[in-house]
Write a protein that binds this ligand. Structure first.
Ligand code: SAH
Ligand code: SF4
Ligand code: F3S
Length: 441
């Protein structure tokens, strides 16, 4: 690679989960601290960071088409192209392979090493390509600049990595072992986020409810302490594993008013043989028992989940068990996916890979059931009064968009501003959003 001038503008494109969104924000702040500014909308940037996701094949392949587009569209008159950094989980999984496959890439940096990006940029400017997929013992968080400006709803990564090794999943390999950030660091970052404009914080982790500090305190202790941060009105957390839903965390849903009545608890499938082959270490019944306890603690809780259809060996009858579970739970929202065989995972070489047409058909049936469930949940909310945290302006003059406590999108018209918590009555429900009317006291 030839030397290039130091980049003046950047763009970070994040794919995948909310943890990648959080990492993308932190990388942007890191670049800004180096004096590199965000490229204006629609203009090319001198440095593009592709913050990638490896969870399913489609997501992982996207990075190569993106690199192709950047180098093709943005070839400049002097023959130079933007510097490209590949970050995120594809970087971690395919480090050297990306370098070999995509000569236009000058930096490959894993999710635990991105605090080293400025040094890598300096190398790239000199014409040297670098790969850093270390999982260093020192934490990147200590090396990152403080949070400055955020929206009303902010993310805070509290825990990274996964030790569960579900047989279909790449996360334990791309994000490494479970590791919790310290209590004090998290309180300090939360206070900074509130100063920077946050009224709601969503605690993030690949297994967020596995968060533990050195003294053995669990996530509920962190939530209780965060509830004391002045100005922080709402707390959420995601994604949880059924086996880490402790009594203490369930009780926090009863006892901490700032903890919003919403729980994303992936189950993946409703059949116990399939769950065992997935190495989920819970059964359909034990999952439902957890939900019963959560509902007892917080009767109005909105439930959400993740599903995979067409796991190797899944029969029609076994898939029916997933539909039965959906029926039994009454989810408020959900994510559902076709199984994607990921290199290096045990499931990729299991017998009985399910044909794509069968997966398509199952996904359609599952999504129809989930959409009906979501609409029913929203319809049952009509007539309720609640607060809406305003996140942005709507399409129409005077219209605002925000979230209810149950994470529903709500639109309403009236006197408000971004970051306000507005009292509304929910008056009309669709599958994806509700209309609210401001309550004037
Ligand atoms: N740690 C979280 C989820 C991480 S990945 C948890 O266990 O709940 C987010 C979702 O992607 C998973 O819940 C699962 O539904 C889906 N997923 C993961 N690997 C997949 C694969 N190989 N094919 C299809 N979907 C997958
Ligand atoms: Fe993947 Fe399972 Fe870990 Fe979730 S719990 S990240 S699905 S291995
Ligand atoms: Fe994707 Fe990595 Fe998140 S694989 S879902 S970006 S942890």
């Amino acid at each position: 690679m030839r030397p290039t001038p130091p980049p003046r503008t950047y763009r970070v494109k994040s794919f995948g989960c909310q943890m990648n969104v959080y990492d993308g924000e932190r990388m942007a702040e890191l670049l800004a601290a180096e004096g590199i500014t965000p490229a204006p909308e629609g203009e090319e940037a001198d440095l593009v960071v592709l913050n990638t996701c490896h969870i399913r094949e489609k997501a992982a392949e996207k990075v190569y088409s993106d690199i192709g587009r950047i180098t093709k569209d943005w070839r400049r008159e002097d023959g130079t192209s933007p510097l490209i950094a590949v970050a995120g989980c594809v970087a971690q999984a395919e480090g050297e392979e990306i370098m070999a496959r995509a000569p236009a890439v000058s930096m490959v940096v894993g999710p635990q090493a991105y605090h080293r990006l400025p040094a890598m940029i300096a190398e790239a400017v000199e014409g040297r390509r670098t790969v850093d997929t270390d999982m260093p013992a020192e934490t990147k968080f200590d090396a990152l600049p403080a949070r400055r400006k955020v929206g009303p709803s902010a993310f805070l990564t509290v825990q990274e990595g996964c030790d569960k090794f579900c047989t279909y999943c790449v996360v334990p390999y791309t994000r490494g072992a479970e590791k919790s950030r310290t209590f004090n660091d998290l309180i300090a970052e939360a206070e900074k986020l509130v100063e920077a404009g946050a009224r709601e914080i969503t605690l993030l982790g690949q297994n967020v409810n596995a968060w533990r500090d050195a003294d053995g305190r669990g996530l509920e202790r962190l939530i209780e302490r965060l509830a004391l941060v002045p100005g922080l009105a709402r707390i959420r957390y995601t994604t949880s594993h059924p086996n880490d839903m402790t009594e203490g965390l369930i009780e926090a849903h009863r006892d901490v008013p700032q903890l919003m009545p919403f729980l994303h608890l992936p189950v993946q499938a409703g059949n116990d043989r399939v769950l065992k082959a997935m190495n989920r270490s819970h059964t359909a019944a034990s999952y439902l028992a957890v939900l019963d306890k959560v509902r007892a603690a917080r009767p109005d809780i909105a439930l959400s989940g993740d599903f995979i259809v067409g796991f190797p060996g899944e029969t029609d009858a076994e898939f029916e068990d997933t539909l039965k579970l959906v029926e039994a739970v009454g989810y408020a929202q959900c994510f559902s996916f076709k199984y994607s065989a990921r290199p290096g995972t045990p499931a990729a070489t299991m017998d009985g890979q399910v044909p794509v047409e069968v997966m398509d058909e199952r996904l359609q049936r599952l999504q129809a059931a989930l959409n009906a469930s979501q609409l029913a949940f929203n319809a049952a909310s009509v007539g309720k009064r609640c607060t809406v945290l305003v996140e942005r302006k709507g399409k129409y003059p005077g219209q605002w968009l925000g979230k209810s406590p149950w994470l529903q999108s709500v639109h309403f018209t009236g006197d408000a501003g971004i970051g306000d918590l507005v009292e509304v009555e929910l008056v009309e429900a669709g599958a994806n959003s509700l209309a609210g009317r401001i309550i004037i006291n």
